[in-house]
Design a protein around this ligand. Structure first.
Ligand code: UT7
Length: 333
């Protein structure tokens, strides 16, 4: 019988530094009104000098372990776009700093869909008996790849981390990952890209151009594709799970733009109130966005034990996905 992955704990953390829209407008040609009305974002948290992704990942992991009442797990999967170093992966450092010794640990790179790909990886490690329990962490010091003078990206992104504990269990338990739908389209690779620092640039015979260490985004292309792909993957995963859409208690979409979340809810036929929103406070935290949203939703009572939860994300790659689970009785930490 297949061993199922069951969500058994959740935790999150954010940098303390708050950057408001007004603060951004002092540096770049933008306004609080434009950012609020075009994205829904009011403020975001950015790391202080000296804080790297692993620092956030360790704290979120520690809190998720506490929420699950565990002090050990058998593996760590870290979804991030901003590893501490291009090489090696950051997850082994996180595992060590959490006192987990020599457990399996690796990074998953799927930008804003990274946490869903991480859940799939974690479920696979459980299914093949590599792990009885594990951490899936989404953590980003995303501001480290953002050009602070680019008004197309600087208002959008923020930093933070969220983590869940998965344990081996049964499909009919609350918290079991019931369905998953993942996809990608490399034709859209340029829509969200850091041009410099990889083998493509290093074998070009040219040094990186100024600014090529920063992410470039084709906002409108991403916006259009995000709505289509998130809606399609939600339909596919609902079909696979056997849930009529109206039974979904909470849609937890990747927190990029409230207009995207509203459009996906509308296309699915869900009232806007069922789409969880916390991007007003944190902006788009890429791989951290879904676990941060889940932790907030659980803490605020927006999701309760027994509710049907639909997760969906779209991001660089392009990559996207959706997943279903019934919310378990867990207290976020
Ligand atoms: O995490 C991965 C997924 N990422 C996303 O989902 C992001 C998806 N994209 C978006 O959310 C939106 O495309 C943005 C929020 C990034 C941009 O919003 P938009 O409505 O697509 O704006 P736009 O680029 O079409 O620009 C509209 C206008 C332009 O002015 P004109 O040409 O109409 O006069 C821009 O120059 O808004 C102007 N503009 C700004 N004005 C003030 C663009 N950025 C800004 C800004 N402040 N920051």
């Amino acid at each position: 019988m297949t061993r199922h992955a069951v969500l058994a704990g959740i935790g999150s953390t954010l940098p303390e530094r708050v950057v408001t829209n007004e603060m951004l407008a002092q540096r770049i040609d933008t306004s609080d009104e434009w950012i609020r009305s075009r994205t829904g974002i009011v403020e975001r948290r950015l790391v202080e000098q000296g804080t790297a992704t692993s620092d956030l990942a360790v704290e979120a992991g520690r809190r998720a372990l506490k929420s699950a009442a565990l002090d050990r797990v058998d593996a760590v999967v870290l979804a991030t776009t901003t590893p501490d170093h291009p090489c090696p992966a950051t997850a082994p450092t996180v595992a060590s700093r959490l006192g987990l010794g020599t457990v399996a640990a690796h990074d998953v790179s799927a930008v804003c869909s990274g946490f869903l790909y991480g859940l799939a990886t974690g479920a696979g490690l459980i299914a093949i008996d590599q792990a009885e329990t594990l951490l899936v962490i989404g953590a980003e010091a995303f501001s480290t790849i953002i050009d602070p003078d680019d008004r197309g990206t600087a208002p959008i992104f923020g930093d933070g981390a969220g983590a869940v504990v998965l344990r081996a269990g049964r499909r009919d338990e609350p918290g079991a990952l019931l369905g998953m739908e993942l996809g990608s389209d490399g034709e859209l690779a340029d829509a969200i890209i850091v041009p410099g620092g990889g083998s493509r640039q290093r074998t070009s015979g040219h040094p990186p151009a100024p600014g090529d260490q920063f992410m470039k985004m084709q906002g409108q292309t991403v916006f259009r594709n995000a709505i289509v792909r998130m809606t399609q993957s939600c339909h596919a995963v609902l079909d696979r799970t056997g849930w009529p859409v109206e039974t979904v208690g909470l849609l937890v979409g990747h927190q990029a733009n409230v207009r995207i979340l509203n459009a996906v809810a509308e296309d699915l036929g869900l009232p806007a109130e069922r789409a969880f929103v916390n991007l007003d406070r944190y902006g788009n935290t890429a791989a951290a966005s879904i676990p941060l949203a889940l932790a907030d939703a659980a803490a605020s009572g927006a999701v309760r034990a027994g509710d049907r939860v639909l997760l969906t994300a779209f991001g660089g790659g392009a990559s996207w996905g959706a997943a279903t689970l019934t919310w378990p009785a867990v207290d976020p930490s």
